[in-house]
Design a protein around this ligand. Sequence first.
Ligand code: PLP
Length: 395
Amino acid sequence: MKRNPFFLQLSPNYLFRELKNRVDNFALLNPERSLISLGVGDTTEPLGTTIAESLSQAACDMRDQELYMGYGPDQGLLPLREKIASVLYQDIISPDEVFVSDGAKCDIARLQVLFGQDAVVYIQDPSYPAYADSSRLARSIVGKEGHRLSYLSTLPEKDTLPHLEAAPEDAIIFLCSPNNPTGVAFQRSELSSLVDIAQRKNQLIVYDVAYRAFIQGDLPRSIYEIEGAKKCAIEIGSFSKMAGFSGIRLGWTVVPKDLTYSNGITIHSDFLRLVTTTFNGASILSQRGGIQALSPEGLEEIERQILLYLENAGSLKEALLKKNFIVSGGEHSPYVWIKTEHTSSWDAFDYFLQETGIIVTPGIGFGPSGEGHVRISGFGRPYLIESAIRRIESL
Ligand code: PLP
C-alpha cells in the first residue's frame, strides 16, 4: 500500500515531542533543578461540582431501561443546541445551525473535506497549528497555480489585523479570537472590516472561538455579532478551555443556513452530510455535561475557573513587563505571548528553561511569524504560577 503523500507535507518533528526531548535532556543534566511546566495549554482546575454530577447522572441514566440512549441525533442533543444558541449566542443563531462535535480540533480537520483539493487556504500567523496541519493533510499545498497554503502574519507588536486583501477571491481563511498563542482578541471594528473584505471577495472565514469564555468587556465573542458574517463565516467552538472538557471532549460548529458556496448551494446541507458520514456524534455523557455547564449553576462554576486562569495570566504578564519583555495577551486569554531578543524561538525556549526552569512553548510551533517569540500559559495551579513569577522576578 502506498503512503498518502500529503503526510510528507507535515513537519516531521511534532513540536511537543521536540519540547519533551529538550526538557528530558535538561532534567538529566540538571537533576537538582525543579521545573515548572507552563508550556502545553491544557486546563488544570477540576470540573465544577454540578457539572461533574451531571456527567455521573448521565452515566447512571444509561442503566435505566427507560432512559437508556444509543446513538444521539445527527446534530447533537436538541437541549444542548438550544442552550448553545440562547446562552452563548443570545439567539443570533438558531439551534438548527449548531452541530455538536467531539471538540474543535476534530471539526477543524473534518471540515477540510468541504473545501476539496483545490481550495486555497490562508492562515492567521501565528495561530493554532491544527489549521495548517489539517490543510496540509487535505490537499497538495503546491498546485499548478502556486501555493495553496499561505500565512497572514499578525504579530501584536506590528499589526493585529490579518491582511485579508492579500488573499484571493474564494480563499478559505482561518482566524482565531482570542488568538492562541498571542492572546489578542479582535475589536468589533477590526472584525467588521475583515467580514467586509471576506464578503466582497467571496472568501470563507473559519472562525475559531475556543477561548471565547476568556473575553472580558465589550469585544465580540462571536463573528456573528458582526453584520454580514452569516454569509461568509463558519464558527468553531469548544468546551475544552471554557469548562475544563479537554479530556471529556465536546465542542460545536455553527454553519449558518444563509452560507453558500460560490455556486449558490448551501454549505449547511453538505456539513450535515459530512458529519453523518464521518462522525456518529459526541458522547451523550459529554453532551449532558455540556447542558449543565450552560445552566446558571454551571456558568458560575465555569466563570470561577476562567477568572482564576485570567488572574494567573495577568500576574505572569505583569512580572514579565517589569522585566521589560514585550508581551501581549493575558487579558482576554489564558496565554501571554513574549517577544524575546532571540531570533530563534527554540533559543528563547532554552533561555527560559536554563534561567528560570520554566517550560514555555517556542513560537515557531504556531507558524513562521512565531520565530523569536515564546508562549507562556496561565493554565496552572496558582502555587506553581506564584513560584514561576518569583523566578521571573529574579531574572
Ligand atoms: N482551537 C484552539 C485555538 C486551540 O488552542 C485548541 C486547543 O488547544 C483547540 C481548538 C482544540 O480544542 P478541542 O479540545 O475542542 O479539540
